[in-house]
Design a binder for this molecule. Structure first.
Ligand code: SF4
Length: 703
């Protein structure tokens, strides 16, 4: 009887989730070694296969990788060679694509259990469980009990797991695990096992105990520089008379080289020669890490185009580390020449609406408001100095004012505490609530009454901008639009939400998430986001500037509400996941799709609204109507069209947004109070357009 024991294949390591990996990423190396390790099984030379955890590098994994992991396993299963897999810590105790991988002769231990089968009339019992994340020291016995394993004399007993046992060694300095809540003491291992197939420790080793030997096959490929001197491979175990005899089969690992370089007193020319030499003589498909030591002046360092060396060869990966390097910076202070710093531009002051002729004033007393009508309209409450305290709208003005007055008389100390100060009230009656809503909105934004808290929130709206003045543009959240040549998008109501969504946008378009200044030159060192596959490291020359620029242009098209092709791609990806019953991943992807679609749609709506040209007609009751021109989605309450038109650009000002969205929704809901110009392309997309007037306006009305 013969079997293979391998572990920690880490498929998907060095593989970005949604993009094709650059040629020097070593993700393919992991897949190649995994295939090589399974070769004896593919040839039919063994009776079963054990994989002791971390088949995949991540819980969220590319579908392509799952497919490639499945291919050899399926071939082995067809040959009636059983394969046993335990989920590891990288997979978060659950194998992604589990249903895809599982099938006849492929068994995944998604819970603690024991499996029995026979090989050449000899019984084999395998107890296995997924990775125990917390306090495995305490819970090991309990979980082993849950597997239902009992020692069988006539069988070969195997424990398959992904844990750290006491005495396991790691790293270049052979750190040995002794204590710790996740280190299982050897005394906890019960008698009766013939072989413990374990994963998690990447260094190949055998821990000898009194009862049984613990076999760590190690990872099939070097995962970090800590493993640069380790041999990689898998065990082929032959069982004779109930005793396992193992051989360790080596796999070709990636060559990792650390080159230490003291830069103190060295001229840039010498350093350049050194890098050139080492990079050109590096082994193909290797990783070269330069550990820079000593000290160097910043000006000298700038003369060494380290980012170019990263790109010098496509087949190797070059890294520069600076932990031990001290960079001597020029400490001269910078002064701004007077007059070069731009003064803050004055904010645009919105105009008041012309309501004075419709306005009536009353004392805020029971007697005073006796004469107020019960029609819809707005009311403005003021203190004795005529300072506006609160502006509201009501379906019945009189009833609303009476209810305020009742609260004032009652001395309500809650939300309406300010009513004590209210002495005067102005009212404007309207024919419908919609007109009242428009008036209320305009008055609040021009007067900013202290107690209209909710509607004043527009002051907290934010914008997105793409900084075009940097070599590798980034997307940022800003408070206000500046005239700096960068495109701005928005405004957005919820800052925290848009900050969350920026991460999704960056990931979707491959934009760097950091704020590093890359204008002078590229940097020597990237950051952990590169290692995590979340950034292509443009800071160190990981992306060609022209490719990066294309990505930025696509992102700008998305933010302008023109192109949502990327969302459609994600939709397709989601459908694929559903087809293979990866519902958890599909639901994660769906959440992302929803967030991105909300951004796209709201930006598209804002852009479309800025294309509205027409007339707004408000009803002030008693058959009195007033019309206001609408230009680029903004209502011109007072000023002439000519004067203001050039001021209305894209994106809208914060205080314009709510009014514009109201206009847009009126058109959408087929209301009568707005007419659109004939030329307006916006009208074609909206419901309710059924009548065209001769003078060139399209009238929206209920059909
Ligand atoms: S890898 Fe470079 S560009 Fe990317 S986030 Fe990190 S520092 Fe910024």
């Amino acid at each position: 009887m013969k079997f293979i024991h391998l572990s920690d294949s880490h498929l998907g390591e060095s593989m970005p989730l949604y993009r094709t990996p650059p040629s020097n990423w070593r993700g393919e190396g992991f897949i190649k070694n995994y295939y090589n390790a399974l070769k004896p099984a593919l040839r039919g030379d063994v009776d079963f296969v054990l994989h002791a955890g971390d088949l995949f590098d991540k819980h969220h994994i590319n579908m392509d990788i799952i497919g490639r992991a499945m291919v050899p396993l399926r071939k082995i299963a067809i040959k009636k060679i059983p394969v046993f897999i335990v989920p590891g810590n990288h997979e978060r105790e659950h194998i992604p694509g589990g249903l895809l991988l599982a099938g006849e002769n492929i068994h995944i231990f998604s819970k603690p259990e024991t499996i029995e089968f026979t090989v050449n009339n000899k019984k084999v019992v395998i107890a296995g469980f997924p990775y125990i994340r917390h306090e495995s020291r305490k819970s090991f016995r309990k979980i082993l009990k849950k597997t239902g394993w009992k020692h069988q004399r006539d069988a070969f007993n195997i424990l398959l797991c992904h844990q750290v046992f006491e005495g396991a060694r790691v790293g270049t300095r052979n750190f040995t695990f002794r204590n710790g809540e996740n280190v299982i003491p050897l005394t906890e291992i019960p008698q009766g096992f013939n072989y413990i197939a374990c994963g998690h420790i990447h260094k190949q080793q055998i821990i000898k105990t009194k009862v049984v030997n613990i076999y760590y096959a190690g990872s099939t490929e070097r995962v970090s520089f800590q493993e640069m001197n380790e041999e990689k491979g898998f065990f082929v175990v032959r069982i004779k008379d109930g005793i396992p005899y193992h051989t360790f089969n080596r796999l070709p690992p990636t060559t990792m080289t650390i080159i230490e370089l003291d830069t103190t007193g060295k001229e840039p020319g010498k350093l350049i020669d050194f890098f050139e030499k080492r990079i050109s003589s590096a082994k193909p498909c290797s990783i070269l890490r330069f550990h820079l030591k000593g000290e160097i002046e910043l000006e000298k360092l700038k003369n060494i185009p380290l980012y170019l060396y990263k790109k010098r060869r496509d087949d190797i990966k070059v890294e520069f580390r600076k932990e031990s390097l001290s960079i001597l910076k020029d400490k001269r202070r910078r002064f701004y020449v007077e007059g070069t710093v731009k003064k803050k531009e004055k904010p645009y002051i919105p105009y008041r609406i012309p309501i004075d002729d419709s306005k009536e004033r009353f004392l805020f007393t029971r007697k005073g408001i006796e004469n107020v009508l019960t029609t819809p309209g707005i009311y403005i409450l003021m203190n004795k100095d005529e300072r506006v305290l609160y502006i509201g709208k009501a379906k019945s003005l009189k009833n609303r004012l009476l209810s305020h007055l009742w609260r004032k008389e009652k001395g309500n100390e809650g939300f309406y505490f300010w009513l004590k100060q209210a002495k005067i009230c102005d009212v404007v009656t309207t024919g419908d609530e919609l007109s009242a809503l428009f008036l209320e909105m305009s008055l609040i934004r021009s007067n900013l009454p202290p107690y209209n808290k909710q509607i004043k929130e527009f002051q907290n709206y934010v914008y997105l901008t793409v900084r075009q003045d940097t070599y590798f543009p980034t997307i940022r959240v800003v408070d206000e639009v500046k005239n700096d040549g960068n495109p701005y998008f928005g405004p957005f109501r919820k800052e925290y939400k848009i900050r969350e969504n920026i991460k999704l946008i960056n990931e979707l378009f491959g934009i760097r998430p950091c704020r590093r200044n890359l204008n002078d030159s590229l940097r020597l060192f990237s950051c952990p986001l590169e290692e995590m596959g979340k950034c292509d490291a443009p800071c160190t020359g990981g992306v060609n500037p022209s490719i990066y620029r294309e990505r930025v242009n696509r992102m700008i098209d998305f933010l302008n509400g023109y192109d949502n092709g990327q969302i459609r791609e994600l939709e397709k990806e989601k459908e694929k996941l559903i087809r293979i019953q990866e519902f958890e991943k599909a639901s994660d992807l769906q959440k992302r799709i929803v967030s991105l679609t909300i951004i796209f749609n709201s930006l598209k709506k804002i852009r479309k609204t800025t294309e509205i040209h027409g007339t707004l007609s408000l009803d002030f009751g008693k058959g009195k109507r007033k019309t206001f021109p609408v230009v680029k989605g903004r209502v011109l309450w007072q000023q002439t069209k000519k004067k203001i038109e050039e001021k209305f650009g894209f994106p809208p000002k914060k205080w314009e947004l709510d009014e514009m969205m109201l206009l847009s929704s009126i058109i959408g809901s087929n209301d009568k109070c707005i007419t659109l110009n004939k030329k307006n392309s916006y009208q074609k997309e909206k419901r309710g357009l059924h009548q065209l007037k001769e003078e060139g306006t399209a009238v929206l009305g209920k059909s």
